[in-house]
Structure formats: structure tokens, C-alpha cells
Design a protein around this ligand. Structure first.
Ligand code: SF4
Length: 353
């Protein structure tokens, strides 16, 4: 339990609300340089593969999913997934981000077979199955979370992404995503994955009508898990993209809110090494400024981003534009892998277009 009346909690909320913007940025930048003393900004080339859009979770903020039996529902065949991986590797991609809806028609063996198929025929790092999906599998297939992770890992899963975190406060989740993993379950998957030797990332999607205190509680909960496991490699935050969702009347948050939220995250999450700039949702310009508000990583040159783009707000860039944005902001660019180790070889020429 997080004590919302503790002096530290109250102080952080006050800083988030009231500190002058540039002062908040300065504090976050100092924390960033404590972790990464060099003027280097990293990024990864990967591909988001949404293996199915069929989902029974009915999250109010989601424009991507289709209910079972909907004409536009799909499950990608293995061969299609294999083709997408080959295209990703051809431009220097080093991982796939494999996520999907909570599809009640897919058996567990399909997921295991998919892992084996990818490793056998299209080997690449598989960053897949958000904690919400893992909880769905556990409930649907009558397995414990530990068993689900163990079996997926044995079949080829390399790491777990932090998707579906939204705001880790049950009162908020109950309102916007009550059919999927609640806070303890979501964090429990992360902790179990860490226990089994996997590194994972963690996210926060804000702007769901939550309070400032809810956002800070989210950060405190994440920090608490990290103190026990040290298994999170990175934190990423971005605002709700409400267009086309049941939450379309929810006011959009602005760039200043993004920068303040990123900065306070960098300050609170002093035990997480990397924070990503979310330029895909905020645009390259704000993405550059984010590098002075705590971010040391430019996330991904993503070949596909179906979930955010389904809500209409997504920015795209070529590799050259993305690298230029980093160098123009005053940093050296380095390509990386999922675990943040650096890659020396340049990407294939085709990716430089
Ligand atoms: S966010 Fe994920 S779990 Fe929620 S409705 Fe969309 S696809 Fe389903």
C-alpha cells in the first residue's frame, strides 16, 4: 500500500504540480546524467506485430480491438508473422514487439507453437505478451501466472513488454478497463517474470481522468517492485489518444503535461536505468525536448504501430529523420538491443532511406 499522506508522497505531488517547468526539467536531466553520463541517445529498430485484434476486454480507451465475430476481426497466420519478421530484419530490426487482444478462440498451444515457429524459422528477439495478456492466459487456460511465463519462455519468449499498465490504481482501472488485469495482478506478472530471469519494461498511459495522486501512486508502485527485483530496464509514458474510442470526450493533455510527467517519472524512478521519449505520440519536436526532461532513449523506429494509430494520433519518421532529430538536439546516436546493449554495425543501407 502506498501512503498518500507520507511526507515524500506529498512532496512529489507538490513538485509535479507546482515546480517551474524548467526547474523540473533540470532535476530530471541531472538524474538522467547520473545514469548516463555521456551525451548519447539510443534507439531500437523493431516491429510491432499485433497477432490478433479480437478482444473481450472492452477497454474504453481502445480503438484497435474488435469484438468476437466482428467482420474485421483477424488472427495473423504464422507465415504472415514470419514475413513481417523478415521485413523487419531486412532493415536492421533486432526484435519484434508481439502483442494482441484477449482472443477467447486461440488455444495456449497456438502461442507456444508460434514461439517455436519464430525461433526455428525467423529467429529474432521476441518481446511479447503484456502482463494483461499473461493474466488472460492464466485465467483462460487454468494455469498459474508462473506456469504461463515458464512455458512461453521455454518455447522461445525472450522478454515481456509493459503494455496495458495504463494507471496502476484499481479505482482508475475499474473505470476504464475493468475486465483486464488489475494493479496487483499486472505488477505480479512483472515480478514473476523478473523472478524467472526475464527483463521487462514498464509503462504509464495517463489522461484517463485520473488525479495527479493516481499518477504518482503508479510511479511509487513501480519503484517498489524495482527495489525488490531490479528487473525493469525501461519506463515509457504517453498520454491517452482518445479519438475513435469510448473516451473521445476526454480532454487531450498537452505537451507541457507530457514533459512534467516524464520529468517527475525520471525523478521518482531513480532505480530504473532508462526512460524513453515517446515521440510517436508526441511528435519529433516534443520528442527532442523530452531528452532534456529525463529521457535518454528515443524508443523505436517502429515499422508498425496499430494500437496508437487506430486512435488517429501517430507520428512517423524515417531512420534518417529520427537520427537527425537526436543529433540536432545535441546527442550522439547509438542503436541498441532490447536489453540496451549497444550495436556497433550500421543498419543495412535500405534502412537509411
Ligand atoms: S487495450 Fe488491449 S486488452 Fe484493452 S481492448 Fe484494446 S486490445 Fe483489448
Amino acid at each position: 500500500m502506498i501512503d498518500r499522506q507520507s511526507p515524500e508522497f506529498l512532496e512529489v505531488v507538490d513538485l509535479y504540480r507546482r515546480a517551474p517547468l524548467l526547474e523540473l526539467g533540470r532535476l530530471a536531466d541531472a538524474e538522467r546524467y547520473r545514469h548516463h553520463p555521456e551525451d548519447v541517445v539510443t534507439y531500437i529498430i523493431d516491429r510491432n506485430i499485433n497477432y490478433t485484434n479480437v478482444c473481450v476486454a472492452d477497454c474504453k480507451f481502445c480503438a484497435f480491438y474488435r469484438r468476437p465475430k466482428h467482420d474485421e476481426g483477424y488472427v495473423l497466420p504464422f507465415e504472415k508473422i514470419g514475413e513481417k519478421i523478415d521485413e523487419c530484419r531486412a532493415i536492421g530490426g533486432v526484435q519484434i514487439l508481439l502483442q494482441g487482444g484477449h482472443n477467447p478462440y486461440i488455444p495456449f498451444e497456438w502461442y507456444l507453437e508460434l514461439m517455436r515457429y519464430i525461433k526455428r524459422h525467423h529467429p529474432i528477439h521476441i518481446h511479447g505478451f503484456s502482463p494483461s495478456e499473461v493474466v488472460f492466459f492464466s485465467e483462460r487456460f487454468g494455469l498459474s501466472v508462473a506456469e504461463v511465463i515458464r512455458e512461453l519462455k521455454a518455447a522461445g519468449l525472450d522478454s515481456i513488454p509493459g503494455g496495458g499498465g495504463e494507471i496502476l490504481v484499481d479505482a482508475v482501472r475499474e473505470r476504464v478497463a475493468k475486465k483486464k488485469a488489475q494493479t496487483d495482478e499486472w505488477l505480479g506478472v512483472q515480478e514473476e517474470a523478473h523472478r524467472q530471469g526475464m527483463k521487462t519494461s514498464v509503462t504509464m498511459m495517463y489522461g484517463l481522468g485520473e488525479s495527479d495522486e493516481d499518477r504518482i501512486e503508479h510511479l511509487f508502485r513501480v519503484r517498489e517492485v524495482q527495489r525488490r527485483t531490479a528487473g525493469f530496464t525501461a519506463f515509457i509514458c504517453w498520454p491517452l489518444q482518445p479519438d475513435g474510442t469510448e473516451m473521445a470526450d476526454q480532454p487531450k493533455t498537452d505537451a507541457v503535461t507530457y514533459l512534467r510527467t516524464l520529468a517527475i517519472s525520471r525523478i521518482v524512478l531513480a532505480n530504473i536505468p532508462n526512460l524513453q521519449s515517446s515521440w510517436v505520440t508526441m511528435g519529433l519536436k516534443v520528442g527532442q525536448v523530452a531528452l532534456r526532461f529525463g529521457a535518454n532513449d528515443f524508443g523505436s523506429l517502429m515499422m508498425e504501430e496499430n494500437v496508437v494509430s487506430a486512435a488517429g494520433t501517430t507520428y512517423r519518421a524515417t531512420l534518417r529523420e529520427m537520427e537527425r532529430a537526436i543529433t540536432d538536439a545535441g546527442y550522439r546516436v547509438r542503436r541498441r538491443r532490447q536489453d540496451y546493449t549497444l550495436i556497433d554495425e550500421p543498419p543495412p543501407a535500405v534502412a537509411a532511406a
